[in-house]
Write a protein that binds this ligand. Structure first.
Ligand code: UT7
Length: 319
């Protein structure tokens, strides 16, 4: 599989760290030193669908493909507004994509969602077919702005790629470690059910995270999965031109880079201005790297993600 074009979309509202001191007991100094984040975009009306639509339009334009040739739409998100229809189906409608011979579905693998989508697309795409793969999140819908340990971390945004089937080298590795404690976005409140015993009200659907647990999992799984895909390509981490990793914490990426023995400057970072945008993080970072002109055709690229589930995955591809 080969990525032909990328696109990104962000809410216009940029919120600096200072704004969080008024909401929770925190400071710019703590946030920058522990995470690398200085600001993030927060929706003031954008939805996961509206951001996904803008990012997709840009990805399709940058790929130079016809909308009617798209046969696969996969959206990775945990913050769509409806369980059904899926974001992918609503995108099919909004972008005017074809109705027959198309697969359109969402996947929930939290921050690893876009990496899972790439792996799935490789299985489903047939020669001559095109895929639209999107990560889109409005995490501000599920952020507890009174919880200083999480509210400072997240941002909203979307990233998308248009891809085609190709014989080019592509390696994918994925994993899951079911864990209902370390990183949870709460349940959907059930409707009253006359056939079920009364239950306590579920907690509101807000993000709860054990940061240190997830940090350890992140460094371990990122290192392991990046090593795995580079070894499958017969290479060492030092042979990779660009690493585009989930942007959750600057220290996680630096730590993985050290363990891998790869030059830190090859790890693209935009966390300073984007925060953690979950499933949008990797495609948004990829789009920004692509737009910078530093990503050249023929270069070796590794994408890597980890997150809720817990889940992780990595992809090796030639750009
Ligand atoms: O995309 C999903 C994946 N998510 C992640 O990858 C997140 C992974 N985890 C992390 O990035 C880090 O664990 C955090 C940034 C969430 C936290 O950093 P940390 O260095 O692990 O801090 P900590 O949880 O050990 O907390 C250290 C101290 C605590 O105070 P005490 O107990 O030492 O007095 C916290 O209460 O920092 C306190 N603290 C804060 N202080 C000021 C926690 N959050 C804040 C805050 N401002 N926002």
């Amino acid at each position: 599989m080969r990525i032909l074009g990328t696109g990104g979309a962000l809410p216009s509202n940029e919120v600096g760290n200072g704004a969080f001191s008024a909401l929770a007991d925190t400071s710019d100094e703590w946030i920058v030193s522990r995470t690398g984040i200085r600001s993030r975009r927060i929706s003031s009306g954008d939805t996961a669908l509206s951001l996904a639509r803008s990012a997709s339009e840009r990805a399709i334009a940058s790929a130079g493909i016809r909308r009617e040739d798209i046969s696969l739409v996969v959206c990775a998100s945990v913050t769509g507004e409806t369980l059904t229809p899926s974001l992918a189906c609503l995108l099919q409608r909004d972008l005017g994509l074809r109705e027959d011979n198309i697969l359109a579905f969402d996947i929930n693998a939290a921050c690893t969602g876009f990496i899972y989508a790439l792996g799935l697309a490789r299985e489903f795409l047939r020669p001559g077919g095109y895929a639209l793969l999107v990560g889109s999140e409005v995490l501000s819908r599920v952020t507890d702005f009174t919880d200083r340990s999480t509210c400072v971390l997240f941002g909203d945004g979307a990233g998308a790629v248009a891809a085609e089937a190709s014989d080019g080298e592509f390696h994918f590795v994925s994993g899951a470690r079911g864990d209902g404690e370390s990183l949870v976005i709460g349940s959907i409140p059930p409707a009253p059910n006359p056939f079920s015993a009364a239950r306590a009200s579920p907690p509101p659907p807000l993000i709860r995270m054990n940061g240190q647990e997830v940090f350890r999992f992140a460094v371990e799984s990122m290192t392991k999965s990046i090593l795995c895909v580079t070894e499958r390509a017969g290479l060492a981490p030092g042979d990779i031109h660009h690493f585009v990793c989930h942007q959750a914490n600057r220290r996680i990426i630096e730590s993985a880079a050290r363990r891998l023995g790869a030059p830190p400057e090859r790890f693209f970072m935009n966390i300073e201005r984007r925060g953690n945008t979950s499933a949008a993080s990797v495609p948004l970072a990829l789009d920004e790297l692509n737009a910078s002109g530093r990503l050249l055709r023929g270069e070796r690229v590794v994408l890597s993600g980890f997150g809720g589930g817990l889940t992780y995955g990595a992809v090796y591809m030639i750009w």
